[in-house]
Design a protein around this ligand. Structure first.
Ligand SMILES: Nc1nc2c(c(=O)[nH]1)N[C@H]1C(S)=C(S)[C@@H](COP(=O)(O)OP(=O)(O)OC[C@H]3O[C@@H](n4cnc5c(=O)[nH]c(N)nc54)[C@H](O)[C@@H]3O)O[C@H]1N2
Ligand SMILES: Nc1nc2c(c(=O)[nH]1)N[C@H]1C(S)=C(S)[C@@H](COP(=O)(O)OP(=O)(O)OC[C@H]3O[C@@H](n4cnc5c(=O)[nH]c(N)nc54)[C@H](O)[C@@H]3O)O[C@H]1N2
Ligand code: SF4
Ligand SMILES: [Mo]
Length: 674
């Protein structure tokens, strides 16, 4: 048996260091690498099963070409040379007729390695095609709002919770999405530190916390401003910290906070006045309060305001300046590697952009030129993108030439003209830097790629060569690419010798001292001049959203989407054990809502609104409040009664960052009718 140091490449903030045990060319077991203090000792329940993912009988063995209608999934195997030749012939014909803007590379985050993730985008950058405005399905709203407030810089170190005196998980289900932070939070709890969860549903994290605050969806900004109102009223602000490290607090205090007295905040958020008061008192008394900001609360119309308001709280009490205090959204911005070497080797500085979440609209509406060639890698937008129905109509376009690169025949792949078999991360080597903790590491390959599957990196290099691209990066080994990444690298990775990285194991790259601010003013911005310039509200605020109000008058329920405990989007669909543990795709209603509709637990139901109808199994539970329907995860159609939840979500943008608004979806539920 061989033991190989690997890094988990799934889209997850923990980015675990792991040991893969290999026997006879197969991964037989995966465990956490004790060398990484944060992820020490364990991999999560999902990745414990990754030997079943990598060796799944559903893996694609060869390239495939379509022989049936788009979407049906009828393919015939053919060889790599023929596949690559056909792709390149079609691309060259498209470019000759309509120019490079008629091509779109649409690659995202299922392989978190910097090389395998970045080089696919580098290929399309160098070709001068239309480019993907990536991540709007996920974190561009919260990230943009953070940048306006704190600046493009990482937040508090998750390991610092050992020094916190209060921990708040605000819109994050840590037991699902950040299990290694949760383990540290539990350690702190054992020492008597209170843990508060702000979440519209009683998630597992909320059940285990000291106090669950069941806030109404989309009202977090009002709650945070209400806390500030009380902190001011009760003299619990750190005036010295505010004066030296922040801008605009006085204006917020004069112009916004008076409107957020406890009674009004209680009315907006659906909480009791006494709970708002108690939360403010606990937060005001704490010195080193740690807030883990979730992305979930920002995936709705007012998401940017919500994130800004909550991220400003540690500035009011000065927690940002103390070890164990502050707020954590993401960590990646604290080091600047030479990403451009991989993502932008050559090509025009500016080009036409396609918003990640509006792929459907782009394929249907873009002209001069229309998109005629599409390459999708490492994502499954036919399930995970909002308005999935529109996207599927677009993917069915006969004149669209679509290539999908994936280890499995995903729902999206069924719309492809050519499907290429992808290697998984356990079959590739790459360099990783975490986005939820402060580590970087080289991950070795545990086993050879299955059958004819090839890594993202190999496919990008093969296509680049055939397209005649001369950038040296497309002919480099992974080791040579790693050296490029560290040329002029700044921040906490400055001075690293890349040649030592491959055998070094996890390396800690946490910034020192209190929270740094990298806004235009160099301070925490209660008032953002940059936002004002863009016509956005410069100070956090809460107003009802007119579109949401109109939809709520027509539809009685609001959608809450949340991560699955044993699934992550569709990435583990092929693992039978995990699919069974997660259970049939379901929706969850409060007993009062189920009774009002004569529905019972376990029954098949339809969820519907103006965009469509999907079929799921009903679970009845008071983990959600009346007026809400919770749908965990995004599951492929074949697992559900019918369709997938994103068929009901619109492709509307958030207030900042042009992000997705899954939770601004209104709908109703009734008994299933075939
Ligand atoms: N309703 C609703 N929708 C959501 C969300 C929500 O909260 N609610 N969350 C959103 C978020 S946060 C995100 S990030 C997106 C995620 O959406 P996607 O990025 O579409 O995520 P997955 O479904 O995991 O799809 C990943 C695909 O990549 C493939 N893959 C895995 N490894 C590799 C590899 O190494 N190479 C290649 N080429 N392919 C690989 C997998 O088999 C799978 O088909 O979904 C978004 N959609
Ligand atoms: N097991 C598992 N792990 C995952 C993923 C997964 O699908 N499954 N996805 C991965 C990816 S790509 C990402 S981006 C991260 C995302 O991880 P998170 O940042 O944690 O975001 P979400 O998981 O979407 O939502 C977290 C919580 O927000 C709550 N929430 C929703 N709306 C509101 C609101 O208006 N206010 C408040 N206060 N809370 C609200 C939801 O009920 C949910 O419990 O997780 C990663 N890890
Ligand atoms: S917790 Fe996240 S990084 Fe760690 S093994 Fe699980 S999915 Fe991978
Ligand atoms: Mo995400």
């Amino acid at each position: 048996m061989q033991t190989i140091r690997v890094v988990c490449a799934h889209d997850c903030p923990d980015m675990c260091s792991m040991l893969a045990h290999v026997e006879g060319g197969r991964v037989v077991r995966i465990q956490g690498d004790p060398a990484n203090p944060l992820t020490a000792g364990f991999a999560c329940a999902k990745v414990n099963r990754d030997h079943e993912l990598v060796h799944s009988t559903q893996r694609l063995a060869t390239p495939l070409r379509r022989v049936g209608p788009k979407g049906e999934g009828k393919f015939q195997p053919f060889g790599w040379d023929e596949a690559l030749d056909q792709i390149v012939a079609r691309w060259k014909a498209i470019i000759a007729k309509d120019g490079p803007l008629a091509l779109l590379g649409y690659a995202y985050s299922a392989h978190q390695g910097q090389l395998n993730r970045g080089l696919v985008n580098g290929l399309f950058h160098a070709l001068g095609t239309s480019r993907l405005q990536a991540g709007t399905v996920c974190d561009t709203c919260c990230e943009t709002a953070w940048d306006f407030t704190v600046g493009p810089v990482g937040g508090a170190d998750p390991e610092s919770v050992a020094q916190s005196d209060l921990i708040v998980s605000w819109g994050a289900d840590l037991m699902a999405t950040n299990v290694h932070l949760w383990a540290k939070v539990e350690d702190a709890r054992k020492k008597g530190v209170a843990v508060i969860v702000v979440d519209p549903r009683r998630s597992r994290t909320a059940q285990r916390a000291d106090w669950h605050i069941p806030i109404r969806i989309g009202t977090d900004a009002a709650l945070a401003l209400g806390l500030m109102h009380i902190l001011v009223r009760d003299g619990l602000c750190d005036a010295h910290y505010i004066a030296n490290n922040t801008v605009g607090f006085d204006r917020l205090k004069a112009e916004v906070l008076p409107r957020f007295a406890p009674a009004r905040v209680a009315e907006i958020t659906g909480l009791a006045v006494s709970d708002v008061e108690r939360f403010a008192a606990l937060y005001g008394q704490a010195k080193s309060s740690f807030i883990r900001l979730g992305e979930g609360m920002t995936r709705l119309a007012g998401g940017g305001q919500a994130l800004r308001a909550v991220a400003l709280l540690p500035g009011v009490t000065g927690a940002y300046g103390r070890p164990g205090g502050g707020a954590l959204l993401l960590t990646a911005a604290s080091c600047e590697l030479n990403y451009n070497a991989i993502r932008k080797p050559s090509g025009p500085d500016a080009t036409r952009l396609v918003n990640h979440l509006r792929l459907g609209e782009a394929l249907l509406e873009m002209r001069d030129p229309p998109i005629r060639g599409l390459f999708i890698a490492s994502n499954n937008p036919a399930v995970t993108n909002p308005d999935a129905g529109k996207l599927r109509r677009a993917l069915a376009r006969e004149d669209l030439f679509t290539v999908v690169h994936d280890p499995f025949l995903s729902v999206t792949a069924r719309y492809a003209d050519i499907v290429l078999p992808a290697a998984t991360y356990l079959e590739t080597e790459d360099f990783y830097r975490s986005y939820g903790s402060y580590y970087m590491q080289w991950g070795h390959r545990a086993v050879a790629p299955f059958a004819q599957s090839r890594s993202n990196l190999e496919v990008a290099q093969a296509l680049a060569a055939r397209m005649g691209l001369k950038d040296p990066i497309f002919a480099m080994s992974p080791e040579a690419m790693l050296r490029e990444l560290f040329v002029d690298a700044t921040g906490t990775v400055e001075g690293t010798d890349p040649d030592r990285l491959r055998e070094a194991g996890p390396i800690r790259i946490a910034p020192k001292g209190g929270q740094h601010f990298r806004t235009a003013s160099g301070k925490l911005e209660f008032h953002s001049a940059a936002m004002a310039k863009l016509g956005l509200p410069p100070m956090p605020d809460w107003h009802p959203d007119p579109q949401e109000e109109a939809d709520a008058r027509r539809w009685p329920l609001r959608l809450l989407t949340a991560p699955g405990y044993f699934q992550s989007h569709t990435a583990y669909s092929a693992v039978t054990f995990l699919r069974t543990r997660e259970g049939e795709p379901c929706c969850i209603l409060h007993p009062d809502e189920a009774d009002a509709r004569g529905l019972t637990d376990g029954q098949r139901v339809r969820l519907f609104n103006d965009l469509g109808t999907v079929g799921l199994v009903l679970r009845v539970s008071d983990e959600v409040r009346p007026g809400v329907v919770l749908v965990p995860g995004q599951r492929p159609d074949e697992e559900a009664v019918s369709g997938t939840i994103n068929m009901l979500c619109s492709d509307r943008f958030t207030d900042v960052g042009e992000g997705a608004t899954y939770q601004s979806t209104f709908l109703d539920v009734a008994a299933w009718r075939a």
